[in-house]
Design a protein around this ligand. Structure first.
Ligand code: ADP
Ligand code: MG
Length: 695
């Protein structure tokens, strides 16, 4: 483990970053790369060749022997195929080779990645193409080249391609607005993202004994331990030595590959922790979150721990989420969601704010779909995560400003004035309001929006594609209107007031965990899609197709394909859980409780023979025997229902949720009762108190 005081040297040491490129490339090639990144122009082949050569020399000097095109297929995890640099050089010798073609383009067989039926079967090849916006890095002696993944017809088969498209689009539309405010210097507007990542750590030996954790990432059985999170002593508590060492090790690994890991602490639940990086541009943040999840798991093994990223590893214990902090920044270092100090800056802030509010209100369903997953269904709407209803929390000060604009009333206590946008100053809006509403799915936290509905295991690409696209859509409509305006000041004021008035229903500052909010939300006409099975059918609703197609993010075909992929993944996950549960019941739990009951019966008989009291053996034994039979029949039902999953993925959604999940819940209830009654020597695997206090 490197000592942390070497941090400046360590940070990014395994990244082929801008400084390294500057060092190792000719000025012309460096500038060409830079231009391709800022202007989105294609790289000349000669430049690509020089970059490939420099990248290879750098990688080999760091001990790399292989390279891989690293991409983000629709599975949600990253994919990689490694080739070595080795080329025969005659006479039994080798040379280390890596050409422009290998840098720019790879051709993995795409047939085994989910494509939602997009690719005709005779054309199984896909191709990966280097994304010059993302830095290559070295991990495990391989040079990782971040790439997009496309079909031969050019359709996106991954999560990066649409993300890059959405980043471009929001840049374009935001620049149009900035120009209207007289900004001639900003060249680019770039979404900024900071993804806070929650996770659990448990002992590897315990993990290995749980088939459910190994196959599904969550426990399918188990009762709450006698001690849970009621003492609230874990949150921000002192780190245990093994965990502390893990975190040091993890930080070092993250820093090497350029992830700005900043904050680490214990979370609410026992064994739960969080890592938050410093925010960075959206594309890099998405890559880095994938990398972080991967390294979290890998580094844990070195400490005989297992890192669980699943949204709900333990029933009854707080699950894990991911907070996606999102804002728009400029290449000149400005944050467009930061209230300014002059009336004009504030008008601009309010216009971006109005666009955001309108967009979130109009496109609640697409946003909801981006956080729909089997794992996240256990959290959203429970009292530990936001409700499944989307709303925006603005905080006291900003809400008062918005109210005053809508109502035309005084915005400050005691003030008689009404706020004139672009003419008056805003009151001070504090950046870190202490009364931050933790129950809100989308909270304004001073200079950014914190989208809190994400599941911990999800790629953050989907939500950011949606946020960027929605914002681009609204900014385009605003720019179209205002560019043709004869009186910018007054038309802009009117537009802000009209927009806020029409979309105020999405603003909610109350407690999102209360049932009364769901009733209120319904009265307001807000959408409520409680589960993945409810949400996914809206994935390609006409309004969503229009949104993404109009902005050039997805084609209609890509949208249908993506819906199908998400449905298939959800159904597959539920079926895997159901099969795992049934396997554990059949091969471990039922035999174990049967043993226990017959041993109790034998003991009862033995005791009776000598005239001992045998109340315990008889009562518990008979209870266990009864529950065993009940469990057996519930498992039979689960197995027969598993055989009847509809082949149509949309029909299967409902079936998975309403038949399989319910069967599983019923079986679990009985199995958990048996766990309570059964001698711990007989129970076939570690229970929650072993797992949760094992780190
Ligand atoms: P909390 O846990 O209280 O929500 P943290 O400080 O743990 O807050 O995380 C906040 C996250 O937001 C960090 O990743 C931080 O870098 C990020 N962030 C801060 N400012 C911005 C911004 N302007 N745009 C996007 N993300 C930001
Ligand atoms: Mg947060």
């Amino acid at each position: 483990m490197e000592a942390p005081n070497k941090l400046p040297e360590l940070f990014g040491s395994m990244v082929f970053n801008e400084d390294t490129m500057k060092d190792r490339l000719s000025t012309a090639s460096y500038e060409a790369w830079k231009k391709s990144v800022t202007d989105g122009t294609a790289l000349e082949l000669s430049t690509a060749n020089e970059i490939a050569e420099a990248m290879k020399q750098w990688a080999v000097s760091k001990g790399a022997t292989h390279f891989t095109h690293w991409f983000q297929p629709m599975t949600g995890v990253t994919a990689e195929k490694h080739d070595s640099f080795v080329e025969p050089a005659g006479g039994g010798k080798i040379i280390m080779e890596f050409s422009d073609k290998e840098l720019v383009k790879g051709e993995p067989d795409a047939s085994s990645f989910p494509n939602g039926g997009i690719r005709s079967t005779f054309e199984a090849r896909g191709y990966t193409a280097w994304d010059p916006n993302s830095f290559a890095f070295i991990k495990d002696n391989s040079l990782y080249i971040p790439t997009v993944f496309l079909s031969y017809g050019g359709q996106a088969l991954d999560k990066k391609t649409p993300l890059l498209r959405s980043i471009e689009k929001v840049n374009h539309e935001a620049l149009r607005i900035l120009r209207l405010f007289g900004d001639k210097t900003t060249k680019r507007v770039i979404p900024q993202v900071g993804a806070e990542q929650e996770y659990f750590l448990i002992d590897k030996n315990m993990y290995d004994q749980r088939e459910d954790l190994r196959l599904t990432g969550r426990t399918l059985f188990g009762n709450m331990p006698p001690r849970g999170q009621e003492l609230s002593d874990h949150y921000f508590g002192q780190l245990k030595p093994r965990v502390a060492n893990y975190m040091i090790d993890l930080d070092n690994e993250l820093w090497k590959v350029g992830v700005l890991s900043k904050t680490k602490h214990n979370e609410v639940a026992p064994a739960q922790h969080e890592m938050a990086p410093i925010y960075t541009d959206c594309n890099a943040a998405c890559d880095q979150n994938q990398l972080a999840m991967e390294l979290m798991k890998k580094v844990a093994l070195r400490h005989d721990l297992v890192c669980l990223i699943h949204e709900k590893p333990f029933l009854g214990v707080n699950g894990s989420g991911k907070h996606n902090n999102w804002s728009l920044g400029t290449d000149t270092g400005k944050n467009l969601f930061k209230p300014g100090s002059t009336p004009s800056q504030n008008a601009q802030f309010l216009l971006f704010l109005a666009a955001f509010i309108k967009g979130i209100d109009e496109y609640q369903n697409t946003l909801r779909c981006t956080v729909a997953s089997a794992g996240n269904d256990h959290r959203l709407g429970a009292q530990e995560a936001p409700p499944a209803v989307i709303s925006i929390f603005l905080g006291d000060e900003l809400e008062r400003v918005v109210r005053s604009i809508i109502d035309g009333t005084a915005y400050k206590d005691g003030s008689k004035k009404t706020l004139k946008i672009g003419i008056d100053s805003l009151p001070q809006i504090r950046q870190d309001t202490t009364d931050r509403n933790r129950t809100s799915p989308m909270a304004f936290t001073g200079n950014k929006f914190e989208f809190r509905m994400l599941g911990s295991a999800q790629s953050v690409s989907g939500p950011n594609i949606a946020l960027n696209t929605i914002m681009a859509e609204e900014l385009r409509a605003f720019a179209d209107k205002l560019e043709s305006s004869k009186n910018f000041q007054s038309d802009m004021q009117k537009l802000i007031k009209k927009t806020l008035t029409e979309h105020q229903r999405i603003i909610f500052d109350g407690n999102g965990y209360e049932d009364s909010w769901l009733e209120e939300a319904e009265r307001r006409g807000l959408s409520n899609l409680p589960s993945t099975a409810d949400a996914l059918p809206h994935y390609d609703d006409q309004e969503n197709i229009d949104l993404y197609v109009r902005n050039g993010i997805y084609t209609e075909e890509e949208m249908h394909a993506r819906r199908a992929i998400h449905e298939e993944i959800y159904n597959a996950q539920i079926s895997i859980e159901a099969r795992t549960m049934s396997d554990m019941l059949r091969r471990s739990i039922l035999p174990a409780v049967s043993d226990f009951a017959s041993d109790l019966a034998a003991r009862a008989a033995a005791k009776e023979a000598v005239g001992f009291a045998n109340g315990y053996e008889k009562t518990v034994g008979s209870k266990v025997a009864q529950l065993t039979d009940k469990l057996q029949s519930l498992n039979n039902k689960l197995e027969s229902d598993l055989a009847k999953v509809p082949s149509d993925s949309t029909k299967a959604l409902d079936y998975s949720r309403n038949v399989l999940m319910k069967d599983m819940m019923k079986a679990r209830e009985v199995a958990d009762k048996l766990e309570e009654l059964t001698d711990s020597d007989y129970w076939p695997f570690p229970v929650y108190s072993d797992l949760l206090f094992s780190e």
